[in-house]
Structures are given as structure tokens and as C-alpha cells.
Design a protein around this ligand. Sequence first.
Ligand code: PGA
Length: 249
Amino acid sequence: MVANWKMHPPEVAAAKSLLLSIKKVASGLPHVQTVVCPPFPLISTFSALLRLQRKVSLGAQNIFHENAGAFTGEVSPLLVRDSGAMYAIVGHSERRAMGETDEIVAKKARAALHAGLKVILCVGETARDPDGDYLGHIRKQVRASLALVERKDLNRVLIAYEPVWAIGGTHAVAGHDIHQAVIFLKKVLGEIYSNEVAREILVLYGGSVTPENVTDILKHGAVDGLLVGGDSLDIKLFGPILRAAETVW
Ligand code: PGA
């Protein structure tokens, strides 16, 4: 269960207090692994706060595709790892909207994996069309984004299906529709690799997950986890979402 905090909250004190309340809920859920992805400057502080427990891990929301160099403003995957993160989100639609292409996403995925991080690779269509052309778009995104990933590293790749039109609202995709998308993603992974690899790769759903829709998504969506944005910033909302995962699974 991944919390993508995006560029929130803007104060360290509020961020620490939110992390500690998530830690409190998460440590009581034996079957759920929680991953908090805060803004970069919080990763090492949070790592110190989370020491000696295993139920909450940290992730970065982005990384650069080189380990070091003259790249002003970019962040090395090695530094992210050494700061205490175990995961990196790669190819989020908000980054793609800033100009990140599939080719850049592929390089970032490779760099994150080489640094020893697990990759949460985001894919998803901008809009759905009645003819199903969006499926072709997803296939292309998956193929291109994984193009530089070595087979031996696939066990550290998670795919997050995030339809762009469903992000940041209050209406998620219905569980049954998510299930169809998961079947499609597994088919594409089967085409690229093998059915066995397709079965093993974890698939998450992201886009307007709330305490109200979480049970439907977990029961009918056939996903292995969720990527939660807005509702991960309030423990009154994220707490019930985490607890639902424990109950449904
Ligand atoms: P949301 O964001 O839950 O606010 O829709 C999800 C995401 O962008 O990862």
C-alpha cells in the first residue's frame, strides 16, 4: 500500500506527525506492507524515525537516470537509496505531463534497479475511447518503459495502473474494470516475457482511492496493492484504507 504524498505537506512538523500516525496504524497490520513516498528532503529524517521496524518502508517519487554528474536539480538513485528509501516511483503521469517520455522512464527504471531500489512503474491511459485504442497506448507504454530492464531485475518491479483521468478526483475506476485492466497488463507482460513472469509481477491500482471505494477495488480489482495520493495525507482517510487491505486480504 503506497502513499504518494506528492508535494505535500509543506511543513516538516506536519510531515513527521503524519508519518508517525501512519506507522502506528501500519504496525498493527501483519499482512500489509506500507510504503510512504514523501518529498526528497524528508527521506533521511523519516528513515531515522522508522528505524527498527519493518512494516513501513520509504520510497522516492522520482529519481534521475544517472548516478552522478552535472545535472543541476536532479537526484541520484544512489543518494535516494543511501538516505533510506527502498522504492522509487517512476513514470508517474504528473512527471510524464512535465515532459518525461517512455525513453526517459525506461532509463530511470534501469538506474533505480541498478541502485538496488524497487521500482513502482506507473502506466495508464489519459482517456478511454469506445474503440479500446487506449489499450494499445498502455501496451506501448509498458513495453517502452520496461525496454531497458534486465530480466533478473523484474522481481523488483511493480506496475501501478493509474488511468490519468481517474487521478485526483473522488471517483475511482470500478473494481471489475480494474480487473480487466490487470488481465490486459498481465497479457502484455506475458507477451514480453512469459506467463510465469506475468503472474509474479505485482500490479497496483492508483487513482482516487478513498475509504468508500477501497473495498470494492480490493475485492474485485485483482490488484496486489494501491497507490494512494490525496487520501494518504490524512490519517482519518488513509488509516481506514490500510485497515481495509488487512481485512480484505
Ligand atoms: P490520487 O493520486 O489518489 O489523489 O488520485 C494517485 C496518484 O497520483 O498516485
